[in-house]
Write a protein that binds this ligand. Structure first.
Ligand code: C5P
Length: 222
């Protein structure tokens, strides 16, 4: 395309699940496919942005023109995301595990007469809240996701203020989102709420990136 409205802009995108090791062969993870985040990274690059995609384990190919950093755990994802700053926009779509195992076993945990092991969990850092916190490196536009099965708008709006981000893309994950090529979302910000009808994840990504380009053009500081 000849129109590249994000030329000269930098973007960081997180996508996919995280994997929190229990021992060398097991871990805690979730059902995120990474497809929506990868589609956003691809659309940002198509619009001319310099894109770092910080990805948890997925089976997806790297979008053309995107610089991909592979990570497993939330701690690694946070470090790679912070290392990708400064950026004009951060789109944090990864499904970060809320908890990790406190002490990762050095060897495979064996079945034994003592019965099943008890896993002690500790909370992972909130990458989105950290990136959205005021500071010299805060991207001008910080976008988070909310995957909910009930009360989508109320939960998305609560997340907007709790995380300190600028926009939340909310999606109802009660049916056919994980691994699907389609998605239906709401876009929540301080101006209001928009509902976007079900469409392909690629089309959602293109629409979101068009909005990002508009926002960065309007709020440009130089
Ligand atoms: O709190 P919750 O996980 O529902 O928030 C979802 C949003 O926060 C997503 O944008 C997700 O990428 C981000 N998040 C994060 N780090 C966490 C948990 C969530 O960046 N530890």
């Amino acid at each position: 395309p000849s129109v590249r409205p994000l030329s000269g802009r930098r973007a960081v995108v997180t996508a996919g699940p995280t994997f929190e090791a229990i021992d060398p062969v097991r871990g805690l993870t979730n059902r995120s496919s990474g497809k929506q985040g990868y589609a956003i990274a691809a659309a940002l690059a198509e619009m001319g942005a310099t894109v770092t995609l910080v990805s948890g384990p997925t089976g997806l190919p790297t979008p053309r023109g995107v610089d991909r950093v592979d990570v497993e755990s939330a701690i690694q994802m946070q470090a790679a995301t912070v290392a990708a700053l400064p950026a004009d926009v951060a789109v944090l779509s990864a499904a970060v595990a809320d908890w990790r195992v406190d002490t990762v076993a050095g060897g495979k945990i064996k079945k034994g007469p003592g019965g099943p092991p008890t896993l002690a969990l500790i909370e992972n850092p909130d990458i989105l809240a950290g990136i959205a916190a005021p500071g010299p490196d805060r991207p001008r536009l910080v976008i988070g996701f909310a995957a909910e099965t009930t009360d989508l708008e109320a939960n998305a709006r609560a997340k907007l203020s709790r995380k300190g981000c600028d926009w939340i893309v909310g999606n109802d994950v009660s049916d056919d989102v994980f691994g699907s090529d389609g998605n239906a979302v709401i876009l929540v910000n301080r101006a209001g709420t928009e509902s976007w009808p079900r469409q392909s994840k690629a089309d959602i990504a293109r629409a979101l990136v068009a909005r990002i380009a508009d926002h960065l053009a309007i709020t440009a500081t130089g």
